[in-house]
Design a protein around this ligand. Structure first.
Ligand SMILES: [Zn+2]
Length: 250
């Protein structure tokens, strides 16, 4: 599988380290995503910190829908039972790297209330330690990286690439970090089509995510949409439109 990043950093010519430089959100989908129902879609489930949305995982197991989990070391350390459940279904779930302590792959900024590392070495440590935790928990070395907040600066993207990982973007933001209502989640998932990569969260039980997913999945499956794990889904490419660029809050 190869990957092309949909990176178009704004402010070309401006220093990438500027505190007000826009950050990049990576939007991707599967290449085989033309109008054929033969192409799969991908569910990615972030486990940033906090708990375990058991209802969400039960729905996926019941419907035999695979997903790729992006877990932090912090989440893996605190959710042993959840990890056991994921590992009981290796045909459905794989675990990829969401970092160690859930700090963004950005130098010296605050994003969504999170403080990012002061330098590139801090970003590299976050990635490395997350990868070690995933390998230890799953028995499989991760291939993909998704930074906390799914926003990146140039140094973050370069560091991820230098360490040999691919940045995991998405084409549908399903739940706004598990803050969206079940009806909003359902409405967004209704749009899922072959080739889409969906981001959801599995670390906030009681959010609208599990309910929205369980309302929508049977209909998507009845329409003929099938799901694959990211590692088995085929080539990932940038979406045609430019990635959304977000100016970080001070
Ligand atoms: Zn996260």
């Amino acid at each position: 599988m190869t990957i092309l990043l949909g990176v178009a950093l704004a402010g070309a010519g401006a220093p990438a380290t500027a505190k007000d430089a826009p950050l990049t959100e990576i939007h991707q989908r599967l290449r085989s995503a033309t109008d054929t129902l033969a192409a799969p879609a991908v569910l990615t489930l972030d486990a940033c910190g906090g708990g375990f949305d058991a209802g969400l995982i039960q729905t996926l197991v019941r419907l035999r829908v695979p997903a790729t989990v992006f877990a932090t070391r912090r989440w893996l350390d605190r959710n042993h039972v959840a990890l056991q459940q994921l590992r009981q279904h290796p045909e459905l779930f794989e675990i990829e790297n969401h970092g160690a302590a859930h700090v963004p792959a950005v130098v010296g900024r605050r994003i969504y209330g999170m403080t990012s590392p002061a330098d590139v070495d801090g970003i590299a440590r976050e990635i490395d330690q997350g990868a070690q935790a995933v390998a230890q928990a799953s028995g499989r070395a991760p291939q993909w990286y998704r930074g906390a907040g799914a926003l990146y600066d140039a140094q973050g993207l370069q560091t991820i690439s230098r360490l040999g990982y691919r940045v995991a973007g998405f084409s549908i933001n399903g739940d706004d970090g598990a803050t969206a209502s079940a009806s909003t989640v359902a409405r967004r998932l209704e749009r899922a089509a072959p080739g889409d990569i969906v981001i959801l969260h599995m670390n906030k039980p009681g959010s609208g995510t599990a309910d929205g997913l369980s309302r929508t999945l049977p209909g998507l499956l009845a329409r003929g949409l099938r799901f694959e794990k990211l590692s088995q889904a085929g080539e990932v490419v940038p979406v045609p439109d430019a990635p959304r660029r977000t100016a970080a809050k001070p």
